[in-house]
Design a protein around this ligand. Sequence first.
Ligand code: PMV
Length: 310
Amino acid sequence: MKASAPGKIILFGEHAVVYNRPALAVPVTQVHVDVEVLDSSRKGIWIHAPGINLNAELDSLPGDHPIGSVILKVFQRFGFSTPPFQGGVDISINSTIPVAAGLGSGAAVSVALLRALSGYFGQPLADDEVNKISYEIEKLHHGTPSGLDNTVITYARPVYFIKGKPLEIFKAAKPFTIVIGDTGIPAPTKKAVGDVRRLWVRDQYGIENIFNEIAQISLIGRSFIESGRPELIGDLMDQNHEYLQTLTVSCPELDHLVETARKAGALGAKLSGGGKGGNMIALVRQSNAEAVAGALISAGAKQTIITEVS
Ligand code: PMV
């Protein structure tokens, strides 16, 4: 039984989304997690995840291991107290999503694994349940996640997301091109969220105002995208990046790549995700995408991805 899940980027609204403001996120299908579950003659539940150097039996993993937690959640959901098979099972997890880069690799592993395992047991989980369980897993490992990652990755469609509100999927009336540039610096989402929290505790009024401005950006960005004027979101990306700088979640490397993209002709650029490392994104004309990606690599980006939002 096989299943896969894409990566994601946040177009607008990271951090503000933790404080109930809207955010816009889109799947990135060029990178993905692929999971395969197969019968095995060897006893036990064996997990092979070469990307993280893991080749182990479930029982040998620490109780809070992210992959082990997903498997145990599936067992709980189906009411299995012992593995419901005679021999063993081999689970292979292969990912092309960079780890700790703000592209949602953790949520994508949960989503693909939930789908592959539930399918293997002959009871494939519906998207709503995949989303709910992967959010529980995110909460185990990330403290206070908004639920944005698991939602956009489960539904693999552009989402307009407000924490705790029903899902809203949106569509780009006219496709547009985004270049993603990876600083190569691991993105400590939990730390970035904690730093914003400390700022908020010190100056609730000021920080709430910034969140309100970002909320406006998400709203207007959605309307530009839905009305076929995606070229106008470039300025909004620049503004959103400035607010994220004020929230102290950018870093010199992200700022450098953002500046480089703009100088190479991008219509706008910002960090994407938790910040303090990880990825930035730039809106580009399709004809200019390769040039911007090249400029980012020359400026030190470890990897670039060109993706089309539609
Ligand atoms: O670093 P990422 O891509 O997982 O994104 C985090 C987005 C935040 O808004 C900073 C946190 C959250 O839970 O939404």
